[in-house]
Write a protein that binds this ligand. Structure first.
Ligand SMILES: C[S@@+](CC[C@H](N)C(=O)[O-])C[C@H]1O[C@@H](n2cnc3c(N)ncnc32)[C@H](O)[C@@H]1O
Length: 333
């Protein structure tokens, strides 16, 4: 009871309730929250500290940035989620905060897509700076060969490299990406490789224009570190998996290379195994042990998870349960 009372006391203040509502929408930094609330940084930090102490928010420092998100664990986490549902979005102050949050997200998305636009052509070169691609690709081919899916969805396909290496292993692959420039290169690459079972479409990983349970396998390769809502991207991938379907995530282990944020639009500096496992479970997936491929300076990690037979899908942030009108831009085949 004491914990509950402490949590209720912590949230019983307008700015703090606003912070809880905002942090339910993704992982946000103090400077983003300060920008939205229009209050001084020390003041916002004080409120955030109280909310974290009460167990309503989780705080996680990562390099020079500190992120805040709604707690998903413990009684205070459950209370935080109930408060978010009860508060709704119709209050004018909350509605304005959420509008400002959307504007900030849009700015971020614009910056990221400008980065991808500028780097589409050199993407292969940029990727090879960080990892030994052949080792990762061989491991992925082994995982997909063992899982033996009929079809595979490559989320954030970029230049389509994953489609090229995995298409020969399945009947049908679909690559989606939000960047037109990346997709135009992916189309050229698919055509050049003569892969008749590969298609690409423009789509958003947070709200895929695809039906529930429509793929045996989904891959998110080197995309999550750009995501402001990685848990929501995982939940959306889980939604389109058939029962027992496999999700394969490839990204970096936690690291400290801040320049990847400054120069390469990364948002997260890698991921912990526990964090990924928790997001998978919340999305109705059973995580398997991860596999690390150590590199210098970055270690690549491959996480896999299977969709439960009767997946209990928990909404992750503001993931939409139904697919929006297709963003489909045209397909290769
Ligand atoms: C680093 S590239 C990785 C491409 C590819 N998976 C690979 O490893 O070759 C990241 C890709 O994610 C895409 N992306 C970022 N946010 C996205 C979103 N919300 N929906 C779809 N694609 C997204 C970018 O456009 C970019 O092509």
């Amino acid at each position: 009871m004491d914990h509950l009372l402490a949590a209720l006391r912590a949230v019983a203040e307008p700015t703090r309730l606003r912070l809880v509502m905002l942090c339910a929408r993704g992982e946000l930094t103090v400077s983003e929250l300060t920008q939205i609330l229009g209050q001084s940084q020390p003041r916002v930090s004080r409120h955030l500290k109280l909310l974290c102490e009460a167990g309503l928010l989780d705080r996680f420092p990562e390099g020079n940035w500190v992120f805040y998100r709604l707690s998903r664990s413990g009684r205070a986490g459950a209370l935080a989620q109930q408060l978010v549902a009860a508060c709704g979005e119709t209050d004018p102050t909350i509605a304005l905060d959420l509008q400002r949050l959307s504007a900030i997200k849009q700015q971020r998305a614009d910056l990221a897509s400008a980065y991808f636009r500028e780097n589409a052509a050199q993407w292969h070169r940029i990727r090879s700076l960080y990892v030994d691609e052949r080792e990762v690709e061989a491991a992925l081919v082994d995982i997909i060969a063992a899982a033996d899916p009929r079809d595979l969805l490559d989320i954030g396909t970029g230049t389509g490299r994953m489609l090229e290496i995995l298409a020969p292993r399945v009947e049908h692959v679909l690559g989606i990406d939000q960047s037109r420039e990346m997709l135009s290169i992916a189309r050229v690459n698919l055509e050049r490789s003569g892969l008749a079972n590969g298609r690409v479409r423009r789509d958003d990983m947070y709200q895929l224009a695809l039906p529930d349970a429509s793929f045996d396998a989904a891959l998110i390769h080197q995309v999550l570190h750009y995501a402001d809502r990685p848990a929501a991207a995982i939940a959306e991938a889980a939604r389109v998996l058939r029962p027992h379907g496999i999700l394969v995530l490839v990204d970096f282990a936690p690291h400290t290379l801040e320049f990847l944020r400054d120069e390469h639009a990364h948002r997260r500096l890698g991921f912990e195994d526990d964090e990924i496992a928790e997001w998978c479970r919340a999305a109705g997936l059973d995580p398997a042990p991860s596999r690390a491929l150590p590199g210098d300076p970055l270690t690549v990690v491959i996480w896999t998870a299977r969709r439960r037979a009767a997946a209990v899908r928990q909404s992750a942030g503001d993931v939409r349960a139904t697919a929006p009108p297709a963003l489909v831009e045209g397909e290769l085949h």
